[in-house]
Design a protein around this ligand. Sequence first.
Ligand code: FBP
Length: 251
Amino acid sequence: MISLDKITTRGKALYLAYDQGFEHGPSDFNDENIDPNFILDIGIKSGSNAIILQKGIAEKYYFRSEHAKKIPLILKLNGKTNLVEGQDPYSPLLCTVDEALDLGAVALGYTIYVGSEFESKMTSEFSSVVRQAHEKGIPVIGWMYLAGKSIAGKDKKELTAYCARLGLELGADIIKIKYPGDLESLKWAVESAGKTKVVISGGVKEDEKEFLETAKTIMETEAIGMAVGRNIWQNKNPIEIAKKLKEIIFK
Ligand code: FBP
C-alpha cells in the first residue's frame, strides 16, 4: 500500500483546491483570491493538509518558495477549460509525473470524466500515471466526476458508487467525488471504493451554515475528509471557515 502519511493527519484530510482558474476562468475570483499567494497563506494558516495546484502556479508561486516548507503540494496533472461546448469533456494530461515531483509534489491528482465518450482516454492516462507514481511511492488522487450525454437520467446513487468503484479498480489511492446529495448514497459510494480512501469536493459557494451541515453529514460516513476551494477562499473569513471544517473532519 502507498503511504498517505504526507497528506493526512491521523487518517483524515482537508485539502485546499485552487485549480478553478483553469477549470472555470477568473470569474470565480475577486481582487484578493486571484492572487495565489493569498490562497497559499490560507492553506498554511488554516493548517490544511495540502494545496492543490496546476503546474504553472506551482512553478511560479510554490517551487523553491517559503510556502513549500509549510504546506504539501498535490499537483493536478490534467485540466480543461469550460469554454468548449457541445461535446463530452476530455481533460488531457498536461504535466508528467517527473515534472510534478520536480516541483515538490507529494501526491498527484487527475480528473476522469466518468461517462464521457472520452472516458477510455482518461482511464488509460490515469492508469499510466498510477503506474509511474506507484513506482516512486507517490499517491494518486482520482477526481472521479460524472459527465457526458450517456449518463443523463441515470440513477445518481448508482452512478456515484460506480465512480468510486472505478477509482478502486484503477488503483487510485484516494478518490475525490461530488456529494451525491444524501447520506445513504454517499455511504454506498464509500463502501464501493473499498480500500481506496474517499474525499468529497466542495462545489459552488453555499451558505456557510448549510455547507458545514453537509460536511457533518459527510463525516458520518467513512470518507476521510474533503477537498474544498470556493467554499473556503470565497468566504469572507477563509481561515476561520477552514478551521471550522477541520473541527468537523478531525474531531
Ligand atoms: P471547489 O470546492 O471549488 O468545487 O473545488 C473542488 C474542485 O474539484 C476543483 O478541484 C475543480 O476545479 C472544481 O471543483 C471543479 O468544479 P466543477 O466540476 O463545478 O467545474
